[in-house]
Design a protein around this ligand. Sequence first.
Ligand code: URA
Length: 234
Amino acid sequence: MERLQKVIASSGYTSRRKAEELIKEGKVKVNGELVKTLGVKVNLSDDIEIAGVHLTAEKKEYYLLNKPRGVISSAHDDKGRKTVVDLIETTARIYPIGRLDYDTTGLIILTNDGSLAQRLAHPKAKVEKTYIAKLNKILTMEDFYKIKNGLVIEGRKVIPTRLKIRSKDKEKETSLIEIAIVEGRNHIIKKLFAYLGYDVLKLKRESYDFLTLGNLKSGEYRTLSLKEVKKLYR
Ligand code: URA
């Protein structure tokens, strides 16, 4: 048994907050009876009717997208820019788990499974993500070890779980760094390098937990297998 507003929200009909408003406005019926209070618990087998429409739980969908540059990581954009959701052919109300910057490319997961999204977004989930950052300078060994040993960024220490110099271009004076972290603060990789005076010219997420991009080209996506979804739930 779950709260009515939660069941409505996880069906994909609307957000939990809007569902609460609909209940209070007297627009929701359970098994034909009007429900106007918020405490009511229901089963998935109960017949939920909102303003005349009967709900059926939305089937859960899971996608792994290779996000291109110039696409925003949310379900809607006020400025009308293209979003990661626009790249996936589905009618389900999916949204991305976590965020990649507008100019960041690479692996992002999209789903309409709110409980998985919540679980993975929780700091306790400790999901490791691997990024490849192209820096505007050659990373010095001194700075390499500073990052490796952990830097305090905006009051919290970031210690990479993996740090490697993939390549250095001495002519162009750029370097490619592989860095894996478990934390999920927005813009954290750019902030980390900016702290030491480096600009991130390009940023790509190569892996998310055990998931990798495989052969997916920019803008391509695939569905996750049941086995992969189960593994993410662990
Ligand atoms: N860190 C960043 O700076 N940007 C991203 O998109 C992801 C992590």
